[in-house]
Design a protein. Structure first.
Length: 181
């Protein structure tokens, strides 16, 4: 089983699409033995283009899917939520799911891992540091808590109140359950 972390974001019908994305990932990957854990929800300005603010979070879970199969599942969930793969990188999104880390894998293809944004976008790093503070970046060997503590950016990001879907194996910030990664 491989520990994976995914970044989720939406700036179009944000609540609806973030809840749908969490539900779809939960239904595919979570179980009593392997729950899915989610960070707080954050609101951030669009990066790279002028657009509505985004909702962002990070989820973590274990999977036995190979990297390419996991990537395809994420793309299927995006498409089911109105995100065609033909959109330019910097554009509005109904639901965007980015594979941030796949265990300790470092590679350039089929996708670049760890995802570079982990180190320079607050909307990825803060929820990742919250969700897995002691987990180490495969290249820098620093914990995500350390990276976040030393992070310096002008990016505006704030935690928001968010009603997570009521799912049996989803550990949310409001849950009284603890799951260490």
């Amino acid at each position: 089983m491989t520990q994976v972390f995914l970044g989720l974001g939406s700036n179009r019908q944000r609540r609806q699409h973030m809840q749908a994305g969490l539900r779809a990932l939960h239904d595919r990957f979570a179980s009593r033995q392997r729950p899915m854990k989610v960070a707080r929800m954050y609101e951030s300005a669009a990066v790279g283009f002028d657009g509505h603010d985004f909702y962002n979070t990070v989820v973590g879970f274990h999977t036995d899917l190979p990297l390419t199969a996991l990537s395809e599942v994420c793309k299927q969930i995006e498409r089911a939520n109105g995100h065609p793969s033909s959109l330019p990188k910097y554009s509005p999104r109904t639901l965007d799911i980015d594979l941030l880390l796949y265990g300790d894998l470092v590679c350039a293809k089929p996708i670049q891992l760890p995802r570079p944004e982990v180190l320079f976008n607050a909307f990825v790093l803060w929820p990742l540091a919250e969700l897995a503070p002691s987990y180490k970046h495969p290249e820098t060997q620093q914990s995500f808590a350390e990276i976040w503590q030393n992070f310096n950016s002008e990016q505006v990001l704030k935690p928001i109140e968010f009603r997570y879907p009521a799912l049996p194996y989803l550990i949310t910030p409001e849950s009284d359950k603890e799951a260490a990664f």
